[in-house]
Write a protein of this length. Structure first.
Length: 394
């Protein structure tokens, strides 16, 4: 399959830039301005103060910056200052209620169901490329393109997908593979991607910092945000309900100890289990129905495949037959060869799938496949679809 990379915004076009105060989005706005575009900056306000602000236990240690937290006001001030200095129109839109419903509540519900969610994926789909753009539209702001500082590309196939005439806008990997963020973006609809561009697509992160320093951008001295919420806030997020302790067992059902609540565990986890064994053990699976955490040796964590549901396809065009692809089962994993086919549940499969389920069989077994994470499919570096892992095939 061949793809055509889409052009960047032309001089004179009006470009909306999603800004966080970080070096990537700030340089994106500046470069578009210098290229002759009419740039409008926008920042989404997520923090509502409903969770108490946490102070670092060690006064010499700074709490790691996150997307969701009280540092938001400082980020907005920095964005506002930058835009004023560079003659850029700037707006802040309040989407905290949508963020709470679509990201925070989803995050808690998934963990309490024994799954491992990826909140950044849902934030991009529902908030950054969803609620924020809806809020901008309500303000009456018109624009030709929407740009962010993500490391990715927008492409279109040369020919229609799977025998159709549809050539949707799709997401491809950026030049800097070490900063690849396509995994987080796979759920964004093709209709939204039509106006989206990523100006950092061909740049290395080192180049971005160099250009930012040359432009004397204050953002060049900032640390990058790493998590959607700092680890210091994890327990506070789950403070709305008491944790329910339960048994930690092995694959044979022998009780090894007690867990402090299943929301504190993920598949593949080794640290913090509080279990002393003669050999290394890891979280093999989490049984939310019976409130147990199952441990096993490393070899027992391998899976031959998975079943994923809640699937999305570019322009909603599904493959009409079994296909070969590469799949990423988590952000940090490398894409691996697999076979993808529609899954028809057997009579003894009573799992409640969300929409059509798809079976993904690995060419070689993979370790610690975690329900709740996303399985994202690639062809020639381009995302061709993806879904949420419902269960594994051991």
């Amino acid at each position: 399959m061949e793809f055509i990379e889409q052009n960047m915004p032309e001089p004179g076009k009006t470009v909306l830039v999603g800004m966080s105060g970080g070096v990537d989005s700030t340089l994106t706005a500046l470069s578009l301005k210098k290229n002759g575009c009419n740039v409008i900056g926008v920042t989404m306000s997520l923090w509502d103060g409903s969770i108490p602000e946490v102070k670092a236990k060690n006064p010499d240690k700074k709490i790691k910056e996150a997307c969701y937290g009280p540092g938001e006001e400082e980020n907005i001030e920095e964005c506002e200052k930058f835009c004023k200095e560079n003659g850029i129109e700037y707006h802040v839109v309040d989407v905290h209620s949508e963020y709470k419903e679509k990201v925070l509540e989803y995050f808690k519900k998934e963990y309490r169901s024994g799954r491992t969610p990826n909140p950044c994926i849902m934030c991009n789909r529902n908030i950054k490329f969803g609620a924020m753009l809806d809020a901008v539209e309500k303000l009456g702001i018109k624009y030709d393109y929407f740009c962010t500082g993500h490391y990715a590309k927008i492409v279109r196939p040369k020919e229609g997908l799977y025998g159709t005439d549809k050539r949707p806008f799709m997401i491809a990997g950026a030049t800097d593979v070490s900063k690849d963020q396509t995994y987080f973006l796979y759920r964004i609809p093709s209709t939204t991607l039509e106006k989206v561009r990523f100006p950092l697509a061909t740049k290395l992160k080192s180049e971005v910092f160099e250009l930012a320093r040359e432009a004397n951008l204050e953002a060049a001295a900032r640390e990058e945000s790493q998590d959607f919420v700092g680890e210091e806030y994890f327990d506070l997020l789950f403070a709305d309900k008491p944790s329910v302790p339960g048994d930690i067992i092995d694959l044979d059902g022998h009780i090894l100890g007690r867990h402090k609540g299943i929301e504190h565990y993920t598949v593949g986890q080794r640290k913090g289990l509080g279990i002393a064994m003669k050999y290394p053990v890891y979280v093999h699976s989490i049984d939310a129905k019976n409130n147990v955490v199952v441990l096993a040796p490393n070899d027992a964590l391998n899976s031959s495949g998975l079943i994923a549901d809640d699937f999305v396809w570019p322009a909603e065009v599904e493959p009409n037959e079994k296909i070969k692809a590469l799949v990423k089962i988590r952000l940090a994993s490398k894409p691996v060869p697999c076979t993808v086919e529609k899954y028809i549940p057997s009579e003894d499969d009573t799992f409640a799938y969300n929409g059509t389920a798809w079976k993904i069989t690995f060419d070689e077994s993979q370790r610690a496949v975690a329900p709740g994470q996303s399985a994202v499919l690639y062809n020639d570096g381009v995302i061709i679809g993806g879904g949420v892992i419902a269960r594994t095939i051991k």
